[in-house]
Design a protein around this ligand. Structure first.
Ligand SMILES: [Ca+2]
Ligand SMILES: [Ca+2]
Length: 712
C-alpha cells in the first residue's frame, strides 16, 4: 500500500541497545549483608516517557538500607542514578513506622493509569518489602567479625510498604503498610535459619508485590508466609492460625491480595486468597495451606475480558503454573494448571519453567511471558485467554529474575535481568528486544530483478532456529503482509532490518558471511551479521545493502520465490532494492467502521460533551479521525475521551478538549478493538446496536464484532 519513494535517510531517530549492557555494577561486595546481594530489578514508565528502575542492593547494613532508583530519559538506552527510597521510619515521624528501618527488596514500580481515590493518574507507586534489623546477621557478626553471609538471614518485622512519588521518582512519600508479616526466619534462601532473638523460630515474612489499578481501586497481590489453617471457598478469605506467632511454623506460603480505594482515611481490605498451595498436615489434626510455596504473582488482562495469573510453585510437578479468571479478585475459584499446558504452535516449544514467571501485557493486546528457565520469551499474539504462545529469542540471558518493560515511544520491550545464582552481586543488565509492530516507519524492499519483495518464508515470524532451523528469508510477491515489512533501524551509519511481524532481524545464516550464504530471521543482538550499509545503486531510486560483516558481499535476490542470500557484487538487478515506505498510522485521517454494524463512529454535530454514536459512513468532519503519536484520536481538533475519566464498564465515549490524560489515549489492538489506556476498556456499541444513532460506550474487551473497528 506504500507509495512514497525511497529517501536517503531512512532510519528512526531514537537510540537502541539490542546487546546486553550493565545498568548497575556492584562497587563494594565485601559489604553485602546477604547473599545474593544485587538482584530483582523492576521498572515502570512515566507519562513523560521516563523509565525508572530499582532493585535490591544489600551492600549495606540492613538498618538504613534503601532501594536505589535509576532513570532513563532515552527510552531505556542509557541510565543514571536518580534517588534512593528510604525506609518508612525515615520518611515519617508517625510511630507506627518506627520499626521499619530497612527498605529492602522485591520492589514493584507502577504508574497509576487511572485515578484511585486521592491518588491521581500518573502517580508513581513503589510497593516494596521493608523490615527491621537482621538479627541472624548481627548475631553472626558479633560472634565472628570476619563472618560473611552465604544466604538469607532473619529480619524482624518484614512487611509490604506502599510509597508514592509525584515528581517522576525524585522524592518519595510513605503511603501506608499494605500488609505486615513478622520474622523472616531465613526465608527465602535458607528457610529455618533463625536468630536467637526469634524466640519461637517463626518464618512469617511477606514478599513479591504486584500492583493493579482496576475499577478505581488498587489491588496489591503478594506472597505471605504467615500460617493459615484454610480459607473460605466462597469469599476467598483465609483463616489465620491463632497461634501463628508461636506455633511450629509450616514454612508454607500462600498468594493473597488486598484492595484499597485510595482514600486518605481508609485502609487496605482484609486479605483474599489467590492461590492457596497444597494443604499440609501439622500433626495433632491441624492442617495448614501454603504447601509448595506458591510465589511471585504476575497478572495480565486478556483481550477476551479475562485475567491471567502466573506463579511459581515448588510442591512437585511443573514449577510454573497459571490461573485464568473472569475477575482479578477471584483467582481463588479459578482452575489451576501447569504453564506447560498453554497452547503453542505445531512443533513449537512449550513455555519455559524454572520459577520467576513474568507477564507483560502489551498495549496492542499481545501478552509476553518469560520464566527463569530460558532467555527466550513467549508471545500470545492474539491476547486471547485461549491464544497460542510463540517463542522468540532475546539477546539477554535468563535470570531469577527478569523484568519485561514495554516502552512507549519505541514500541520495543526492555528486558532487565539479574541472577540469583552463586553469590550474585549483579550486575543488573538490560537489553532491548523488538517483538514486531514497534513504532516508526516500515518499508517494503522491492527487488529490481524480480519485482518481488523481501519476505519471510511461509509467513514465519520467529527466529529461524525455532521453526525448522533453516534459513527463511525469500523473495515473494508483495501482499502487504506484515512479514514483508521492515524497519530500517540505525546502527551508527549502518542499518539493521527488523521485521514488522516478529521484530526479527535480517541476518546472515549462522553468521558465516561467505558468498552464497542464505539469510534468516534472528533476534538482533547488535552483531555485524545483522548490519547492512545502504549504498546508492547506479540505477536511480535503488540501493544496495552491503554486509557490514563482509564488505565484499551484498544482499541478493536472484530468483523469484527463491532464497535471499549474500553474494559478490553484480549489476543484474538482483542486488538493487527499492525502499518503499508505508504511511505511518499518524500520517493520514481515517474513519472507524464497526465490524458488526458497518456504520461509522460519529460525533453528533462534532460537539464536545455529547455521547458518541454510530451512523452511516459519510466521511464528514464529525467522522474524520486523526491519530496522534501520543495515542489520541482527534475529531475537529478535540479528543475522544472516557467521560469523566470513568474507570468502569458503561462509561460513555465522548469528545472532549484534549488534556493529555490517559483517559484520552488509545491503543489499537491486534483483534481490531480499541482500548483506553486509562481504564483498559474498549470502544463498544451499546447492546450490539446497529441502527443509526446507536450509542457508543466503553466496555470490558470481549474481542467480539460489536467492539471491532476497521480504519478506512
Ligand atoms: Ca510461616
Ligand atoms: Ca508462624
Amino acid at each position: 500500500m506504500g507509495v512514497a519513494f525511497a529517501i536517503a535517510s531512512t532510519t528512526t531517530a531514537s537510540a537502541y541497545q539490542p546487546s546486553p549492557a550493565n545498568l548497575y555494577t556492584a562497587t563494594s561486595t565485601a559489604a553485602c549483608s546477604k547473599s545474593p546481594c544485587v538482584l530483582y530489578p523492576k521498572s515502570a514508565q512515566l507519562a513523560d516517557g521516563r523509565i525508572v528502575a530499582t532493585f535490591e542492593n544489600d551492600q549495606t547494613a540492613p538498618v538504613g538500607q534503601t532501594l536505589p532508583v535509576y532513570k532513563s530519559d532515552d527510552d531505556g538506552t542509557t541510565w543514571a542514578k536518580l534517588s534512593d527510597v528510604k525506609a518508612p521510619a525515615y520518611l515519617s515521624s508517625d510511630s507506627k513506622y518506627a520499626k521499619y528501618t530497612s527498605n529492602w527488596t522485591n520492589p514493584y514500580l507502577y504508574v497509576l493509569p487511572q485515578n484511585v481515590g486521592s491518588l491521581t493518574a500518573g502517580t508513581l507507586l513503589l510497593a516494596s518489602i521493608v523490615s527491621g534489623d537482621d538479627y541472624y546477621y548481627q548475631e553472626q557478626k558479633a560472634a565472628n567479625s570476619s563472618w560473611t553471609p552465604t544466604s538469607d538471614g532473619d529480619r524482624k518485622d518484614v512487611a509490604l510498604a506502599l510509597y508514592s512519588s509525584t515528581d517522576d521518582g525524585a522524592t518519595w512519600s510513605i503511603q501506608n503498610i499494605i500488609t505486615a508479616g513478622s520474622w523472616q526466619g531465613g526465608s527465602a534462601g535458607s528457610v529455618g535459619r533463625v536468630s536467637t532473638a526469634n524466640t519461637y523460630a517463626q518464618v512469617d515474612p511477606v514478599w513479591e508485590p504486584h500492583l493493579l489499578a482496576h475499577n478505581g481501586t488498587l489491588i496489591a497481590y503478594y506472597s505471605d508466609e504467615d500460617d493459615y489453617t484454610g480459607y473460605n471457598t466462597t469469599t476467598g478469605a483465609p483463616t489465620l492460625d491463632p497461634d501463628n506467632a508461636t506455633a511450629t511454623d509450616s514454612s508454607g506460603q500462600v498468594l493473597l491480595h488486598r484492595t484499597w480505594d485510595g482514600g486518605s482515611t481508609t485502609s487496605w481490605s482484609s486479605p483474599v486468597v489467590d492461590v492457596p498451595g497444597a494443604t499440609v498436615s501439622m500433626g495433632n489434626g491441624k492442617t495448614e495451606i501454603g504447601g509448595g510455596r506458591p510465589g511471585m504473582t504476575t497478572i495480565a488482562p486478556t483481550t477476551d475480558g479475562k485475567w491471567l495469573l502466573t506463579y511459581e510453585y515448588w510442591g512437585g510437578g511443573t514449577n510454573v503454573r497459571y490461573r485464568i479468571s473472569d475477575d482479578p479478585t477471584k483467582f481463588f475459584s479459578a482452575t489451576d494448571a501447569a504453564i506447560t499446558a498453554l497452547p503453542v504452535p505445531s512443533g513449537g516449544a512449550i513455555l519455559s519453567t524454572g520459577g520467576s514467571p513474568v507477564l507483560l501485557p502489551m498495549p496492542d493486546g499481545r501478552i509476553v511471558y518469560n520464566a527463569s528457565g530460558s532467555g527466550d520469551v513467549w508471545v500470545n499474539e492474539s491476547g486471547l485467554s485461549t491464544g497460542t504462545w510463540k517463542e522468540y529469542k532475546t539477546s539477554i540471558a535468563a535470570g531469577y529474575s527478569r523484568m519485561l518493560q514495554y516502552v512507549d515511544g519505541t514500541g520495543r520491550v526492555l528486558v532487565l535481568q539479574a541472577s540469583w545464582s552463586g553469590t550474585s552481586v549483579g550486575p543488573v543488565k538490560y537489553a532491548e528486544v523488538d517483538l514486531g509492530r514497534s513504532d516508526g516507519a516500515y518499508y517494503s524492499l522491492v527487488n529490481r530483478l524480480t519485482g518481488q519483495v523481501l519476505s519471510t518464508a511461509s509467513g514465519k515470524t520467529q527466529d529461524a532456529n525455532l521453526t525448522g532451523n533453516t534459513p527463511d528469508l525469500v523473495l515473494a510477491a508483495n501482499t502487504a503482509a506484515t512479514t514483508q515489512r521492515w524497519h530500517l533501524t540505525a546502527k551508527g551509519s549502518n542499518i539493521t532490518l527488523l521485521n514488522k511481524a516478529g521484530g526479527r532481524s535480517a541476518a546472515i545464516w549462522t553468521g558465516t558471511a561467505t558468498a552464497g550464504q542464505k539469510l534468516a530471521q534472528w533476534v538482533d543482538d547488535g552483531a555485524t551479521d545483522k548490519q547492512w550499509t545502504q549504498v546508492a545503486s547506479s540505477t536511480s531510486g535503488y540501493y544496495k545493502l552491503r554486509s557490514v560483516l563482509n564488505t565484499s558481499l551484498y544482499m541478493t535476490g536472484s530468483t523469484a520465490g527463491g532464497s535471499v542470500t549474500v553474494a559478490a557484487a553484480t549489476t543484474d538487478g538482483s542486488q538493487d532494492w527499492q525502499l518503499v515506505q508505508d504511511p505511518l498510522p499518524t500520517a493520514s485521517t481515517f474513519t472507524l467502521k464497526g465490524t458488526n454494524s458497518s456504520r461509522c463512529l460519529d460525533v453528533p454535530n462534532g460537539a464536545t460533551g455529547v455521547q458518541v454514536q454510530i451512523y452511516d459512513c459519510s466521511g464528514n468532519a464529525n467522522q474524520t479521525i486523526t491519530q496522534t503519536a501520543a495515542g489520541e484520536l482527534r475529531v475537529n481538533g478535540n479528543c475522544l475521551a472516557a467521560n469523566g475519566d470513568g474507570t468502569t464498564a458503561g462509561t460513555t465515549l465522548i469528545l472532549w478538549a484534549c488534556n493529555g490524560k490517559n483517559s484520552q489515549k488509545w491503543a489499537f489492538r491486534v483483534d481490531g478493538t480499541i482500548v483506553n489506556r486509562s481504564n483498559g476498556l474498549v470502544i463498544d456499541v451499546t447492546n450490539w446496536g446497529t441502527a443509526n444513532g446507536s450509542k457508543v460506550e466503553l466496555w470490558t474487551g470481549l474481542s467480539n464484532a460489536t467492539q471491532q473497528w476497521t480504519r478506512a
